[in-house]
Design a protein around this ligand. Structure first.
Ligand code: SF4
Ligand code: SF4
Length: 125
C-alpha cells in the first residue's frame, strides 16, 4: 500500500512545467489559429514539414509552457479553451501524470501498471 496525496492540478502544474520539454501541436488544431504567438515551428516533422510545438519559457530541462499562468501553488492555463489535444488527453492520475509528478519530486511512487484506470481528465482541469 502507498499514499498518494490528492491530485490538485492547480497546486501541481508538473506536466506544464519542467516535467516535459515540449508539447506537440497538430497543424489543424485550434490553438494554431487562436494563439499563433504561442506556437513555434521546429524542423523534423513528417515529410520535411515543420513540427509544431507550444512555446516554452526557460532553458531545456527547466522550461515551462509559455501558456502557463498563475504562481506556484495556484497554477493556471492561460489558454485553457484553446489548449491542444496533447493537454486535453493528459489524464490526471494516469501513468504520465504520476511520471511528471515524480520528476519534480511531487510523487515518490512508480506509475501504475498499464491498464490501470485514470481518475481524472486533462492537465490543469
Ligand atoms: S495532470 Fe497530473 S502532473 Fe499535470 S498538473 Fe495535474 S496532477 Fe500535476
Ligand atoms: S495545459 Fe495549458 S499551460 Fe499546460 S501545457 Fe497545455 S497549454 Fe500549456
Amino acid at each position: 500500500m502507498h499514499f498518494e496525496p490528492p491530485l490538485d492540478c492547480q497546486r501541481c502544474g508538473a506536466c506544464c512545467r519542467e516535467a516535459y520539454d515540449a508539447v506537440e501541436v497538430g497543424p489543424r488544431e485550434r490553438v494554431v489559429r487562436a494563439q499563433p504567438s504561442l506556437v513555434v515551428a521546429r524542423p523534423g516533422g513528417p515529410d520535411g514539414a515543420p513540427r509544431l510545438e507550444l512555446l516554452r519559457n526557460g532553458p531545456p530541462g527547466k522550461s515551462s509552457c509559455a501558456a502557463l499562468g498563475g504562481a506556484p501553488g495556484a497554477w493556471s492555463c492561460r489558454i485553457y479553451l484553446d489548449r491542444p489535444r496533447t493537454c486535453r488527453d493528459f489524464a490526471r492520475g494516469g501513468g504520465h501524470c504520476l511520471d511528471a509528478r515524480r520528476k519534480l519530486g511531487l510523487s515518490p511512487h512508480p506509475a501504475p501498471a498499464l491498464g490501470a484506470s485514470a481518475p481524472g481528465s486533462a492537465s490543469l482541469a
